[in-house]
Design a protein around this ligand. Structure first.
Ligand code: GZL
Length: 340
């Protein structure tokens, strides 16, 4: 793409010389000031990023990790779009990136379906596509180069394995356990994977009964609303599995208003995902029993992929970020260094 822009430069320069030749005084050097630098001035790599939105603390950290690496100092011109939770906004942004002839399109697809057409348009325009965080379900795998993100099914498995061990340790492995699950955005890779992973462990325990798995959209407000509704409909809830910390915060408000305590000495065992700092403090306080980390720091991995592509290096089909789980026993070792 950058060769197109060089040609544009040459044509622009020729036409300017013609203008000067006609006596028109237009000093092109005064037209380019610091804040109007365009990609062609510095031969910057132009990256169009479509981010899902700003629905959670995790998402904000994820966005920061991207904006912190795609800087002019690092050789990039970043065009960043916040889709505000709408797939149609992501599709519009991707089409805009195509018309601007960016060098790379980078995006986190809010849900897995509905991307074939626009990704075919990017492929026909010769623009590589890199996915991060969530994935797409497409008929042709060549519609994107690679994906950077988490192993969501492993995250779900970790939650189930932790619960099994905790019930064993607390002498409750033989009890009937009533479980409700607050899920994130329906059809998103993180929900699909976390649900499949947890369900695969739950299926090994006949005494675990998953009463309901409901979409609480990864937000605090919806998490509170759905938790309140569940409390009104179920006599006994022993475990709440909340697929991100923002929904956990909302669920805790609803539980507290209902006089139900959570955590280590609580009425309800509470499992959460993401492991943002504000939630880890609640783990340390014993109000959340375990937080399954989902690492939002993907910007550096994405930038490394682009650097490798620029250098003609071999690219893997997927890149996983490293993650762990946090409990009251280990969280204090990590909290001081937590940046998000
Ligand atoms: C996970 C990401 C999820 C987070 C939520 O990778 O897709 O979306 O768990 C965010 O906090 O909204």
């Amino acid at each position: 793409m950058r060769h197109n822009r060089i040609m544009q430069c040459v044509l622009l320069l020729c036409s300017l010389l013609l203008l000067v030749g006609c006596g028109t005084r237009w000093d092109i050097h005064t037209e380019t000031t610091e804040d109007t630098l365009t990609p062609m001035d510095d031969n910057l790599i132009v990256v169009g990023v479509s981010q899902i939105g700003s629905e959670s603390v995790w998402r904000t950290a994820n966005t920061s990790s991207i904006q912190n690496v795609f800087t002019k100092e690092n050789g990039y011109f970043l065009i960043f779009d916040n889709a505000r939770q709408k797939q149609e906004n992501q599709i519009k942004a991707i089409r805009s990136f195509i018309s601007q002839q960016v060098d790379y399109i980078v995006f986190s697809p809010i849900t897995e379906d509905g991307w074939d057409t626009v990704l075919m348009e990017a492929k026909e325009a010769g623009i590589p596509v890199i996915l991060f965080d969530r994935q797409v379900k497409v008929s042709d795998r060549s519609l994107y180069t690679t994906w950077v993100g988490s192993n969501f099914e492993e995250e779900g498995r970790r939650a189930g394995l932790w619960l099994a061990e905790y019930l064993e340790q607390t002498g409750r492995s033989g009890e009937d356990i009533q479980i409700v699950v607050l899920q994130g955005t329906e059809g998103s890779t993180s929900v699909i994977g976390r649900t499949e992973g947890f369900d695969s462990v739950a299926a090994l325990h006949d005494n675990w009964k998953i009463l309901e798995q409901a979409d609480a959209e990864y937000t605090t407000a919806k998490g509170k609303e759905v938790m309140k509704d569940m409390l009104g409909r179920y006599e006994q809830i022993d475990v709440v599995v909340s697929q991100n910390d923002d929904m956990t915060f909302g669920a805790m408000e609803a539980l507290k208003e209902a006089g139900v305590s959570t955590g280590v000495d609580g009425d309800v065992i509470l499992l959460s995902f993401d492991a943002v700092k504000s939630a880890l403090k609640l783990v340390e306080d014993g109000q959340i029993n375990v937080d399954i980390e989902c690492n939002p720091n993907q910007g550096e991995s994405i930038e490394k992929v682009i650097r490798d592509m620029e250098a003609g290096e071999e690219i893997e089909s997927e890149y996983y970020v490293s993650e762990q789980i946090f409990t009251p026993e280990n969280v204090s070792d990590y909290l001081p260094d937590r940046t998000y």
